[in-house]
Design a protein around this ligand. Sequence first.
Ligand code: DGY
Length: 321
Amino acid sequence: MTVGVVVLSRLPGDAVERLRAEHEVRYRDEDSPVPVGDLPVLLSGAQAVVVTLGHRVDDAFLDAAGPGLQVVANVAVGYDNIDVDACRARGVVVTNTPGVLTDATADIAFALVLMATRRLGEAEREVRGGTGGGGWGMFHLLGTSVQGKAIGILGPGAIGLATARRARAFGMSVLLSGRSAPDPEAVAELDAEVVGFEELLERADVLSVHVPLSPATRHLVDAAALARMKPGSYLVNTARGPVVDEAALAAALGSGHLAGAGLDVFEDEPRVHPDLLGREDVVLLPHIGSATVETRTAMAGLAADNVLAVLAGREPLTPVR
Ligand code: DGY
């Protein structure tokens, strides 16, 4: 049987109703990723599939959907869960959700900068644990000020630049480094310096990771890169876990070379490297960069708009090229 649209996870807002207004929709109203064994039944005959990050779209997935599939709409800006070449080879359009989650993710990136530098996770745990030692103390839980320090943005795309804007507002200077040249207007607005990867590592007081995951960026921040970072500096990652070698990060923290880290993403999500779990100097968040009602609603809405456009024979709003 042909079904217009398969939505594999529960979505906020009116995205599903809008799809239903124009197409037959098979809606899996659940949060957990679909067990792989259930995919053939769920996907068979689909013309469009809406997926979230927990779903791996590969040849097996595409086989399960069959030859009628026209579009895979990812409800995320990152699309490392999708084999784009395999989709392209079958003429399947892939879309993502850039733009709508920029501010929410940059908010979390800068929140992690403050949490790591001011030791907020550790402080909160202390209060909850009843071991506060009487509260205020001259030498109690001293952190590092961000004012006058340099933030290094690795990957100056939309989210990286939005994080840099927040850093500027907190009195930080901005270093930018990435594969492609950042928007010159943004560079001027931020009074930023564009530098190479190694210089970024050597000069940043806080390194904030914003590159997408690809074979070229897997373990880009490895033991050698971490060793190049400024002694006493901090690492924040809100992009994808495998960009950072977590074992090497734990070692760099353990040796005291790095002062702290803030992570919203992990190499083997949702698992966290055991050497990081017990450390007071690491802030750990469960991949909540885009997790606001407004942002997730906008992401779902954009994914639906992409599906509606492709099935109507129009260009999608935000295709993955
Ligand atoms: C993304 O969109 O890629 C985030 O990691 C999840 O919202």
